[in-house]
Design a protein around this ligand. Structure first.
Ligand code: OGA
Ligand code: MN
Length: 220
């Protein structure tokens, strides 16, 4: 007897249907409110692999004290933020490449639906040790206004509210929202409009934090 094995995306819990539904919600949320929170954004198995990769890199000493700014203009500013980071590069790890591919799909969908002109995506692993925080800030540098949409994907299984570590978002209408860094949750917000801060936690707090960027104004 021939056994029919379903093929294509329906085999994958991170199927294009599931992804398509959350992409549609993200588009509506960003257009209407300027921010969006999706729980279970990708398959739990991929979230788990990304979390393990982050821990592995941290254990290998690859995550470094984060600074403000980027490249030659980076300034390490203790007191403002206490996370350790490593920027993602394509081609180093299958799970990271999968994540980058999903983000590129999302980038194209946002461009199509909202004409956002997003050119690329940059992202880093971030690990906040217990007690570390990132004070209230905007994700725009004085020397770089390319960041258009901030994207944080959380990698922490079984996060409890009493463990702290919320991302506190200050919405343009005056409301304040606390988002727990729960594994599988994807938070997006318009970088120019939303001051936010990371509250200290009682356990390690892992994430992939990134930005969809527009073309810069300066000379190429
Ligand atoms: C950042 C940031 C938020 C978070 O890295 O700029 O605000 O929840 N991160 O980790
Ligand atoms: Mn930020």
């Amino acid at each position: 007897m021939q056994v029919l094995i379903p093929s294509g995306p329906s085999l994958n819990t991170c199927s294009s249907n599931t992804l398509g539904a959350s992409v549609a919600r993200i588009i509506d949320d960003l257009a209407e409110h300027g921010w969006s929170l999706q729980t279970q954004f990708i398959a739990p198995s991929l979230t788990c692999e990304l979390s393990e990769e982050c821990r592995k890199r941290a254990a290998a000493g690859l995550l470094v004290q984060a600074g403000i700014g980027r490249g030659a203009l980076t300034v390490v500013s203790e007191g403002l933020r206490g996370d350790h980071i490593q920027w993602l590069d394509a081609g180093q790890n299958a799970a990271c490449d999968q994540y980058l591919a999903v983000m590129d799909e999302l980038r194209q969908a946002l461009n199509q639906a909202l004409f956002m002109g997003l050119e690329d995506f940059e992202s880093h692993f971030a690990l906040y040790p217990p007690g570390a925080y990132y004070k209230k800030h905007l994700d725009r540098f004085r020397d770089d206004d390319r960041r258009a949409v901030s994207v944080v994907f959380y990698l922490n299984e079984d996060w409890q509210a009493e463990q702290g570590g919320a991302l506190r978002l200050y919405l343009p209408n005056g409301e304040i929202r606390d988002v727990l860094p729960q594994a599988g949750s994807l938070l997006l917000f318009l970088s120019a409009d939303m001051p936010h801060e990371v509250l200290p936690a009682t356990r390690d707090r892992l994430s992939l934090t990134g930005w969809f960027r527009r073309r810069g104004n300066g000379p190429l």
